[in-house]
Design a protein around this ligand. Structure first.
Ligand code: S3P
Length: 409
């Protein structure tokens, strides 16, 4: 795909529904009583993988594609059926890790597998705590495919050794099936996204989970590309409507504000269990900052697009403690440094962070998405802000989380 630079952008855009919340809505809807209506469900490839797996587990999911509604016919906590085939999670680690927690305590066996990228993502981080709960799970040295031998579980208290909402959520889902209490404590109180906790509370009935209408707002992680685009190029401002503003997700906004970015949130309200509002950004002069520690989990998916932004700041931006980025869909630290260097950027990456020297204009280049949706979209924004056109190879990976990204762009 050829991307032409722009001198300015502006207007009002919307982004599709939140990926994390859409996954949880299907999973919790499946084990609730009644029909959960998910409005604004994200039809990204990752979420469709979750729907396909739950259908194999005997859950009816009816899609009203035009209305953007998914109706999940809940089967109750103990109503899932043994799947006849392997549960294929595609590229989606959220699907695999959350379902691993859901399936560990069932009265049947199941197998989870995924694409080549997912087969390289670490699964020991969920398998180990689930084994502490009594689960029997076979893996290929800590990698998928995962063979789950469903059996009774016991509650545990788990002190998380890493920052991961997927691990936390897997343990909480298994905890629904465990005897006794399950508690999870987050590492050094650095919080990861809390959508599972919020939705469990929202759907909690007297006798298990009850179906409730879930309105999924725009995904903050998808809005992030337009937030940065606006900070770089929107002379008159750019508005992103109806975006999830859960504080465990919006670390990028805090980072941009501390760099001098013009960022406003407007019309904030609570829908269901989540804060939602509009984001207004305007072209700003930025100064470099250092990001580390508890700031990282609050913007774990936004580090690639943040790196693009930091190239336009005065001074040297340092990102530390971001080792989780090395084990995402690709090594996002190395992938971003390698691709942005092709555009003339002065940027280096190591196993846990990046050093970004800002202030040098970018030129166009032939770029690769590395088969990673967030790399594809981050590079597209860099290409828009460069001086000359770029070619982005394998841009179609954006569809994992943002199917109409290039139309909106
Ligand atoms: C997610 C949690 C994060 C995030 C991923 C989605 C979730 O992963 O990077 O895109 O929905 O729970 P980790 O929990 O592995 O950090």
């Amino acid at each position: 795909m050829r991307i032409e630079p722009k001198n300015t952008v502006g207007g009002v855009v919307s982004v599709p529904g939140d990926k994390s919340i859409s996954h949880r809505a299907v999973i919790l809807g499946a084990i609730a009583h009644g029909v959960t209506e998910v409005h604004g469900f994200l039809r990204g490839e990752d979420n469709l993988a979750t729907v396909a797996c739950l259908r194999q587990l005997g859950v009816e999911c009816a899609e009203d594609v035009e209305g953007g509604i998914l109706r999940v016919q809940g089967v109750g906590l103990h109503g899932l059926k043994a799947p006849k085939d392997v549960l294929y999670c595609g590229n989606s680690a959220t699907t695999m890790r959350l379902l691993c927690g859901l399936l560990a305590g069932q009265g049947f066996d199941s197998v989870l597998d995924g694409d080549k990228s997912l087969q390289k993502r670490p699964m020991e981080r969920v398998v180990a705590p689930l084994r502490m709960m009594g689960a029997k799970i076979d893996s290929l040295d800590g990698f998928a495919p995962l063979k789950i031998h469903g059996r009774p579980l016991n509650g545990i208290h788990y002190q998380m050794p890493i920052h991961s909402a997927q691990v936390k959520s897997a343990i909480l889902l298994a905890g629904l099936y465990a005897a006794g209490k399950t508690t999870v404590a987050e590492l050094g109180k650095g919080l990861t996204r809390n959508h599972t906790e919020n939705m469990l509370t929202y759907m909690q009935g007297d006798n298990g989970l009850v179906a409730r209408k879930i309105e999924v707002a725009g995904d903050f992680s998808s809005a992030a590309f337009f937030v940065v685009l606006g900070i770089l190029l929107a002379d008159e401002g750019l508005t992103i409507k109806n975006v999830g503003l859960n504080p465990t997700r919006t670390g990028l906004l805090s980072a941009l504000r501390s760099m001098g970015g013009h960022v406003e949130t407007r019309h904030i309200k609570t829908t269901g269990s989540e804060a939602v509002g509009d984001i207004f950004v305007k072209k700003s002069n930025l100064n470099a900052i250092t990001l580390s520690g508890k700031q990282i989990p609050l913007m774990v998916d936004e580090i690639p697009i943040f790196a693009v932004c930091a190239l336009f700041a005065a001074g040297t931006t340092i990102i530390k403690d971001a080792q989780e980025l090395a084990i995402k869909e690709t090594n996002r630290l190395h992938a971003m440094a390698a691709e942005l260097a092709k555009m003339g950027a002065n940027i280096t990456a190591d196993h846990q962070g990046m050093i970004i020297h800002g202030g040098k204009p970018l030129h166009g280049a032939t770029l690769s998405s590395h088969g990673d949706h967030r790399i594809a979209m981050s590079l597209a924004i860099a290409a828009m802000a460069a001086k000359t056109p770029s070619i982005l190879k394998n841009a179609h990976w954006a569809a994992i989380s943002f199917p109409n990204f290039f139309n909106v762009l």
